[in-house]
Design a protein around this ligand. Structure first.
Ligand code: PLP
Length: 508
C-alpha cells in the first residue's frame, strides 16, 4: 500500500529531503516507527491508518534497519578528510606560498616570502612584462579609485556599467580588429560562459576540442552538454580526420589555444583555422598566454602571423601580460551580443571595478605602443638567455618555442623538493603537478621577464644545479667551471643586456 503522505509529495523533494522527512515524521508511521521504538521512542499512530482503520503487515527487520541507518546524519568531515588525505598521499595537495610581489622601483621582480618576509626572486608570475607595476598602469588605477571608488556597485545591467567599461571593450575590439568585445570577471569565466552558451544554443552543435585545452574551455564544453570530439594536441591532421566525418550543415566549434600555458608550444594557427572553415566550423581561439606578448600591438599570435581574421572568436585575459584581472572575448557584433544577452556567467555577476578597468585600459595602450614593443623585445632576449643558459649547464628543458620555459622533473615529490631547494636559495618557482599537468609530466615552469637581469639568471642556474644535486636528480652536466668536460672548449652565452629596465615614461 503506497504511503498516502509520501505519495502526496513531489518525488524530487522526497529524494532530496528523505532523511529529514524520516526524522521528523517517522514516528507517526506505524511501519517506520517500529525501528524507532526499538531505540526507546514512544509509540505513535499514523493518522491516516487510524482514520481508515487499515491493517498493515509487519515490515521486514532489514528494511527498518536500513531506514534507521539512512536517518543518521551524513559524516561530512569524514568524507572531506578522505579527499584531502588522498591528495596528500599522492603529493598533489597544494600548499599556497605566501609571496607579496614588490612593485617599487628596483624591487620588481622580487617578493617578500613567508611569515618572515624573506626577499626572493619570482620566476613564475604571469605578470609577464611587469605591467601590474608600470607607473602608467598604477597611476590610472589609483586615479580611477579616487574618482569612482573601488567597486563597480552592481552587475552590468544594474548600475555596474560605466563609460569606462565600454571604452575598455572598444579598446579590446580595436586591438583584435573585431567589431565587438565583451569583458568578464576572468578568462576562466569568459571561456566557460561563451563556450557553454554557444554550444548549447546553436542547434545540434558539435564541438572539436584540442586535447591540451585549458580547464576553462573543457568546463564550458562540458557545461553545454553538446557532443564533442577531442583532437590530438596541435594536430591539424587529426582535426581534419574528425571534421571530415561530421555531418554537413550542422554548427560546429573548433576550440584551441595559441600559446600552450604549460608547455609553451605554439599551435599551427592558420592551418587549424583553414581546416575548421573548410568544414564550416567557427574557430574559438584562446590567446591568454599570447596577448600583450606577441604581435606589433600585443594582440597575440594571430597578429604576429597576420592571421587575426581567421579567428572567429578570440579569448584573452587582463590578468597576465596586462597586469590586472578579468577576461574577454572578441568577435562579430551579433555573436558578442548573443553571449551578452544569454550567458549567465556574464549576466549574473558584479561588473569589473573602476581601478581594474582603468588599469587594463592603460596596460593595453602601453603594450600597443613603442614602449610595449621594446618590452617585448627585451622579454624575448631574456627568455633566449635563460634557454641557452639551461642548455649550456646541461639542465633539462622542454622544447618550448615561446616565453614559457618548462624544466621537467618527473614525480610530484621530486619537483616539490627541487622547488623547495630553490626557494632556500632565494628563487621562487612553483612546482607544477597534477591536475594542472598529467602525472609523470611534473615540471618547474619558468616565465622570465624583461625585468629579470642576466645576473639573476646566472644565479638561478647555479641554484638549479645545486638543487638537482641536493635532491639526487641526475642531469647531463657537461660544463665544469664554464668549460666543456669533454673537449675543454669554453662556453659563453651572449648577455642580452647589462642594465636593468628603465621606464621611458612615454606610453603613447
Ligand atoms: N586560458 C588559459 C590557457 C589559461 O592558462 C588560463 C589561466 O591560467 C585561463 C584561460 C583563465 O584565465 P584567467 O586567469 O583570466 O581566469
Amino acid at each position: 500500500m503506497p504511503c498516502p503522505f509520501m505519495g502526496s509529495l513531489n518525488q524530487a523533494f522526497v529524494r532530496n529531503y528523505g532523511t529529514v522527512l524520516m526524522k521528523q515524521y517517522g514516528n507517526f508511521c506505524p511501519i517506520i516507527s517500529r525501528g524507532f521504538r526499538s531505540l526507546g521512542q514512544d509509540e505513535t499512530k499514523c493518522p491516516f491508518i487510524q482514520k481508515n482503520n487499515a491493517v498493515v503487515a509487519d515490515a521486514p527487520k532489514e528494511m527498518t534497519e536500513d531506514i534507521v541507518e539512512r536517518a543518521r546524519p551524513y559524516s561530512y568531515d569524514k568524507f572531506f578528510n578522505e579527499q584531502i588525505s588522498a591528495k596528500k598521499r599522492d603529493y598533489s595537495y597544494r600548499v599556497f606560498r605566501k609571496v607579496s610581489r614588490l612593485a617599487a622601483d628596483g624591487m620588481y621582480p622580487q617578493a617578500l616570502e613567508g611569515l618572515d618576509n624573506r626577499r626572493v626572486t619570482v620566476w613564475c608570475a604571469n605578470d609577464y612584462l611587469g605591467a601590474s607595476r608600470h607607473p602608467a598602469v598604477q597611476d590610472a588605477a589609483v586615479s580611477a579609485i579616487k574618482s569612482y571608488g573601488t567597486g563597480a556597485g552592481g552587475t552590468r545591467n544594474i548600475a555596474g556599467n560605466s563609460q569606462m567599461t565600454e571604452k575598455l571593450e572598444s579598446e579590446i575590439a580595436k586591438l583584435h580588429k573585431k567589431p565587438a568585445a565583451l569583458i568578464f570577471s576572468s578568462c576562466f569565466v569568459a571561456n566557460d560562459a561563451t563556450l557553454s552558451t554557444l554550444a548549447k544554443i546553436l542547434p545540434g552543435c558539435i564541438v572539436y576540442s584540442d586535447a591540451g585545452n585549458h580547464a576553462s574551455m573543457i568546463q564550458g564544453i562540458r557545461n553545454s552538454r553538446a557532443p564533442k570530439h577531442i583532437f590530438r594536441h596541435n594536430d591539424p591532421k587529426h582535426l581534419r580526420e574528425l571534421l571530415s566525418q561530421s555531418p554537413e550543415g550542422v554548427p560546429k566549434l573548433v576550440v584551441f589555444e595559441t600559446v600552450h600555458s604549460m608547455s609553451g608550444a605554439i599551435c599551427p594557427l592558420e592551418e587549424m583555422c583553414n581546416i575548421a572553415h573548410e568544414y564550416g566550423a567557427l574557430t574559438f581561439v584562446d590567446e591568454v598566454h599570447a596577448v600583450g606578448l606577441y604581435g606589433k600591438h600585443g594582440a597575440g599570435i594571430g597578429e604576429e602571423r597576420g592571421k587575426e581574421h581567421k579567428i572567429d572568436i578570440v579569448s584573452g585575459t587582463l590578468g597576465k601580460a596586462f597586469g590586472n584581472v578579468g577576461g574577454y572575448i572578441a568577435g562579430s557584433s551579433l555573436l558578442v551580443d548573443t553571449v551578452r544577452s544569454l550567458a549567465p556567467g556574464f549576466i549574473f555577476t558584479t561588473a569589473l571595478p573602476p581601478p581594474v578597468l582603468a588599469g587594463s585600459l592603460a596596460a593595453i595602450r602601453l603594450l600597443a605602443s613603442e614602449e610595449g614593443r621594446s618590452l617585448r623585445a627585451r622579454h624575448q632576449a631574456i627568455v633566449r638567455y635563460l634557454k641557452l643558459s639551461l642548455l649550456v649547464a646541461g639542465l633539462p628543458q622542454m622544447p618550448s618555442v615561446s616565453h614559457i620555459v618548462p624544466v621537467p622533473i618527473a614525480g610530484a615529490q621530486a619537483v616539490a623538493r627541487v622547488a623547495e631547494s630553490l626557494m632556500r636559495r632565494g628563487h621562487y618557482v612553483q612546482a607544477i603537478n597534477h591536475p594542472t599537468v598529467a602525472r609523470g609530466a611534473e615540471r618547474l615552469r619558468f616565465a622570465p621577464g624583461p625585468h629579470h637581469t642576466p645576473d639573476m639568471i646566472d644565479s638561478l642556474i647555479t641554484a638549479l644545479i645545486e638543487s638537482f644535486h641536493e635532491n639526487n636528480i641526475n642531469f647531463n652536466q657537461f660544463l665544469v667551471n664554464g668549460t666543456c668536460r669533454e673537449c675543454s672548449m669554453e662556453y659563453k652565452v651572449e648577455v642580452p643586456y647589462e642594465e636593468p629596465y628603465k621606464y621611458p615614461m612615454i606610453a603613447a
